[in-house]
Design a protein around this ligand. Structure first.
Ligand code: GLN
Length: 497
């Protein structure tokens, strides 16, 4: 059992930057070693869909040239750090496939703002990461190019839809990766792979250049093995972008309060979440343990009700497919996407191209969204789902009048086996604790708290904060990290085991 990662990929951002500043190694050396290991070691893991060697080496060399001239500190928060990007984010000149046959040959004509911001902060872009097709799923099994394995156990899924991002960080291939979260796709894989995963408040990170799933729900965020690394990545990617009118200015330094501790903070527990059917005993025990440890560290625990959160999954599986149906209409084989050859009329070309280009789950969401938005049906489902959305948002606003942060399970259980969730509705329940936060728009994150007593696999607890006060949950996360220790690199597995 050997870990897959590189010595560099296993370092924290601070460790890497200390070595770079002291000229123990150059950015080029870090990039080249990282790329080599990804190309070799990622074959069994399959976290990466594309290794962007040229872009990485160009960025690293430019940085080495610059760093010689100025002080390293001026080179940016992520200077010299190898970063991977979920494959729904455009990086000019690289493929952006969304793990779909529909976009297999699509080459990014420009760079997404969130990616560009990491590059401005000095990141070295090493590749594009596997995901559920168009981010539909909770296991990365719907990728048209084959699943990613969980670095802790090759027989299990890494979670999803940002499974490649979570696995790459957990395996020590990169210290930081970006993912996106529409209903839990950062937090659930972070929990399954034992890494930190942050979904910021909606509007904190520009969605420009990120292939849309549910435009009112999607949010980009970082994966890292330490809270500080995640905070540094947030510092780089947050902020207003004139190209995304929902993005907001941000002047917070997310590293600023990490050492303050939780004394005097009010942390809310949601009894209905703790009693939910489907929550495994080992995850429940970990949430209770984390709550007790936070209390011992000086936090005040309070019970908080979210009376409408039980309707979140139902509302999400109306709103999400409706938005997905609308967003995926552009993949019409003419403007974008796979074009099936040999059709004489446009109708049959559309039909064949979309039938072959999209996988089963994508087609299911499109059909569902199309039905839900049709005349007569719209009023019965879409309207009430929007009303439920308002109620859930109000629940969270009331909750955050009482507490600074909420503590809950991230996922109901630890990583499941490939093929275990055969029924779509069963898979949809993977996000039972994460979806309501996307509906309300607040920030949420998964924080690793060790291994489950029964499965021996990583467990994440979820922290949630008031809108645009994501520093609260990071502060609590930093306390949990002091208690539980930083997330270890996954012990690794042998190919084929
Ligand atoms: N698992 C949820 C879904 O399938 C959430 C996906 C996401 O957050 N992108 O829709």
């Amino acid at each position: 059992m050997a870990a897959l990662g590189t010595p560099f990929g296993q370092m924290s951002v601070a460790q890497l930057q200390a070595g770079l500043a002291a000229k123990e190694f150059s950015c080029h050396e870090v990039a080249a070693a990282t790329l080599d290991v990804i190309e070799e070691a990622d074959a069994p893991l399959h976290a990466f869909l594309e290794v962007t060697r040229d872009a990485a080496l160009a960025a690293a060399d430019a940085l080495d040239a610059r760093v010689d001239a100025d002080a390293f500190a001026q080179a940016g928060a992520l200077a010299g750090v190898p970063v991977g990007y979920k494959d729904n984010m455009n990086l000019v000149g690289t493929h952006t496939t969304c793990a779909s046959n529909m976009l297999e040959s699509y080459v990014s004509p420009y760079t997404a703002t969130c990616v560009a911001k990491t590059l401005q902060a000095g990141a070295v872009p090493v590749g594009k990461l596997n995901m559920d097709e168009f981010a539909f799923g909770s296991s990365t099994e719907t990728s048209a190019f084959g699943p990613t394995l969980n670095p802790w156990d090759a027989t299990r899924v890494p979670g999803g839809s940002s499974g490649g991002s979570a696995a790459a960080v957990a395996a020590g291939l990169v210290p930081v990766a970006l993912g996106s979260d529409t209903g839990g796709s950062i937090r659930q894989p972070a929990s399954f792979c034992g890494v930190v995963g942050v979904k910021p408040t909606y509007g904190m990170v520009s969605r420009y250049g990120v292939v849309a799933f549910g435009s009112s729900l999607d949010q980009v965020g970082p994966f890292a093995r330490t809270v500080e690394d995640a905070a540094l990545a947030l510092n780089a990617i947050c902020g207003h972008d004139p190209l995304d009118c929902t993005s907001q200015p941000c002047s917070v330094d997310f590293t600023a309060n990490l050492s303050e501790g939780v004394k005097g903070m009010k942390v809310g527990i949601i009894p209905a979440f703790m009693e939910a059917e489907g929550l495994s005993a080992e995850v429940k025990a970990k949430v209770e343990e984390a709550a007790a440890k936070l209390e011992a560290a000086g936090a005040e625990l309070r019970e908080v009700e979210l009376p409408n959160a039980k309707a979140a999954i139902s509302a999400y599986y109306v709103l999400g497919p409706c938005e997905a149906f609308s967003n995926l209409a552009r993949f019409d084989s003419v403007r974008y996407g796979y074009s099936d050859p040999g059709h004489k009329d446009l109708g049959s070309q559309y039909e064949a191209s979309r039938a072959k280009g999209f996988g089963l789950e994508a087609r299911r969401r499109i059909m569902l969204g199309s039905y839900l938005l049709s005349a007569g049906v719209y009023e019965q489902y879409y309207y009430p789902a929007q009303q439920v959305r308002t109620l859930i948002t109000e629940d969270y606003m009331k909750a955050f009048d009482q507490v600074d942060c909420l503590l809950a399970p991230a996922a109901p259980r630890t990583a499941f086996k490939f093929g275990e969730m055969a029924e779509p509705a069963e898979m949809y329940l993977s996000d039972m604790f994460t979806i309501s936060i996307n509906i309300a728009g607040n920030g949420g994150m998964s924080m690793p708290v060790g291994l489950g007593a029964e499965s021996g696999l990583p467990v994440g607890v979820q922290l949630m904060g008031p809108a645009f006060k994501d520093e609260n949950m990071l502060r609590v996360a930093a306390e949990l990290e002091r208690i539980y220790g930083p997330a270890p690199v996954a012990p690794g597995f042998k190919a084929g085991e």
